[in-house]
Every structure is written in C-alpha cells, then in structure tokens.
Design a protein around this ligand. Sequence first.
Ligand code: PFF
Length: 477
Amino acid sequence: MARRELAQNRRLLRALLVPTMEKRTSLHGHWSSRTTFILAVTGSAVGLGNIWKFPYVAGENGGGAFVLVYLICVVVIGLPIMMSEVLLGRRGRRNPITTMKVLGEEEAGKSWWQIVGWNGIIAGFLILSFYSVIGGWSLAYIERSIMGTFVKADGAVVTETLDSLFASWPRMLFWHSLFMVMTIVVVAKGVQRGLERAVEVLMPALVVLLIVLLFVSARLDTFQAGLTFMFEPDFSKLDGDTILVAMGQAFFSLSIGMGAVMAYGAYLPEGTSIGSTSLIVVFADTMIAMLAGVVIFPIVFNFGLDPAEGPGLVFHSLPLALGQLPWSVVLSTAFFVLLTFGAWTSSIGLIEPTVAWLVERHQLSRPTAAWLVGGAIWFLGLGTVLSFNVLSDFQFFKGTIFDNLDYLASNILLPAGGLLIAIFAGWVMCRNSSAEELDLGTGLRYKVWRFLTRFIAPVGVALVLLNASGLLAAMRG
Ligand code: PFF
C-alpha cells in the first residue's frame, strides 16, 4: 500500500515538473532543419496512397461525394491529429511506444497509453506488407517502360501487361522482394544519412511530371467528364462504409494514426512551429492526390476504362496516356521511377517506428533491426502477392487477403490510433503541456486546434466507425 502511494506521489511530482523538465533529446539525431522535416514527412505522406490508391478508391466509391467526404476528413480530422502526433513525438522524443508510455505516465500516471504505439506497429506491418507489393508493381513498370512496351500501345497491350503481371506470382514476388530490400537498406543506414538527402530532389520532380500529365489530360475530350466525376457529388453514392473508406483514406494518405509522424516528430528540433509545418504537409499531400485524380479520370473515360476497376486502375490508365506522348519511353520511365521513389520514402515511414523501438528498447543495431522487421513484413507480403492469382478466389469479409489487410489497417487500426491520439492530446495532456509544445500562443489558433482535437476529431472518428459497423443503427433501435 505504502509503496503504491509512494509511486503515485512520484508520478504526481513528475507531472508537476513536466513543463519545467529538461527537454529530452532523441537517440537517433535530429533533422538538420525544418525544411528537411517537412520534406521527410511529406515524403512519408506522398506515395502510392495519393497516386495509386486515391484514384482507385474514389473510382470504386462513385467519385464526387467520396472526394468531398475525404476532403472534410483531411481538414477537420487529419490536420489536428497530425499536429497532435508531431507534438507528442517531439515531447516524448522516443519511438512511439516509449513516447506514449512515458507521456502517459507523466500526464496521467498510466503506462497503458503505449497501446497507441503497439496499434501503430501492427498497422505499419499490415500496410507495408501490401504496400511493398504495389511498390513492386511500380518497379516492374519501370522495366516495362524501358523496354518500350507502352510506346503507342493500345488497350489490349496494356491490359495484357497488367494481367500477365497479376497472373505470375513469381514475378510479383521478385519485385516485392526487391522493393523490400530497397526499404531495408535505407532504414538500416539511419535517419540522417538514409532519409534526408533522398527526399529533396525527387519529390518536386514527381509534382512536375504530374503537371505535365495534367496538360495531356486537359487536352482530352473527356477532361470535363473526369472533373465532373471527381467533383460533382452524388450523395446517393454515400453510405456508412463509403464514409469510413473516405476517412480511412485520409488517415492512410496523411500517414497518421500509426505513429509514423510521431516517430518523425521525435527528431524535430525545438522551436520549429508544429502548426505551420503540419499545414504545409497536409496541403501538399492533398494537392498531389487531387492532381493525380484530375490527371487520371479523364484518361480513364477517354480510353473507355471502368473507374471502379480496382487496384489496377492507375497501372492500366496511365501507360495508355504515356504511350501516346512524344518521348514516351523517357516519360513513362521517369513516371514510374518517381512513383517508386514516392512509395519508397513512404515505406521507410511505415517501418521506422518498429525499427526505432527495437533499437531503443532491445538494443539491437539498426541494420539488424531493419533486416529482422523487413524480413517479417516481406513474409506477410506473400498474402498479397497470392491475392492476385493463386488465392484470388479465396474471399471472405471484404474480399481477398489483400482487401482485408487494407481494410483492417486503413479503415480500422489507423482511425482507432488517431482517436486515441486525439483523446490523449486533447483531454489527457494538460493544457500547459500542449500549449507549450505547440507554441501557438493562447489565442484563436490554439483554441481552434484544441476544439478540433477535443471534440470534432474524436467524435467524428467514433461516429464514422460506429456507423459503418452498424452499431449506430442498432443503438437507434
Ligand atoms: N501515406 C502513404 C501514402 O499515401 O502512400 C502511406 C503511409 C506511409 C501510411 C506511412 C502510413 C505511414 F505511416
């Protein structure tokens, strides 16, 4: 009894001392500047989610109304949660599990908040297991582009290229393995050397290439039809599950809810503004997803493709357009190189929290941790590889193994993680701590963040989850 009281007092004392406590530093070094942090978080956020996943889920869910819900989720849920993650990461300065454990003890005397970190690690495992397979498709398409397969290719050639990749599990496995090794090698090298330099040149290049493609789309007769599909909401297409998928896509695309941003925040220097930094990342990520949609849907309609065809959509539509351009070998190779690069920087964000945790908690060396975690994820990736061929008829709940991995991670685990992060930053953390860390002053900007984080984000996420699970309807009787 006495011992428990003592421990409680110690926690109380610690909580009182928090604001004046000496600032922690990260074991893994710090970002060299705010720009590097922005580039790295943008590198994690911008990836297959923007260019591969956004158009295909928007297409599957009817376009406009889905896009609108997505945008609302980005602003009222995504932005405050991203800021919360960065602030928790910088305050804890550890991997997400230890950060949440330490902050939980400091702010509430409870160490179980570390489940936020565990939830994120599981989500990261599941996501990277399929992400790496799609990254592999992109690698395979670099090879196809160099070989000139898409030059003046018609629909039949492009369909055949995609179908033959899907049909051959050994080929998919090869490219998935290569992608995974690329990820492991960078993570093994560590934050400073591995991450910083890579992002700076290639991310802007991807945007430039998308803008070039925008001009191509804008000249098609179906440009207007593509825009209408994307921006004219037809609310009859919305149901509980569509809303959940739109919210899940916001979490997935912004890389939030799983501790990736928290892990990056741990390397953020003091004195960097969390608000404006997060705003820039959220804006850039959303603009790139919109750009990808505006490029792709006119092409889809122009070539008579089905916007709801699913995960193959981008690999089907873009080569058709790229193949018609002058310099098509160069342009399509460049496109898939840049897409692979975007996927690569994101996959690093997916694996970093687990690697950081193994290094800090179990004293493994970075390379050992990276190979261990990467190997396990590679193995799990076999489930996705086989979902497109041998096991394509093995369907349950939401579809193939791949569909279920994606649904569980993106639409359940990420929102659940985000919900807990918002509750922690908004309700559990004392006002002084969050105000000090965010450094927004005590005026309107801080109040808006706090309101969104305490009320809108958690209630929004909870309602969407309950609604999609049918519980809300059951509660209404
Ligand atoms: N945001 C990435 C994308 O849109 O491709 C995917 C992702 C990366 C999700 C990192 C989560 C994460 F931690």
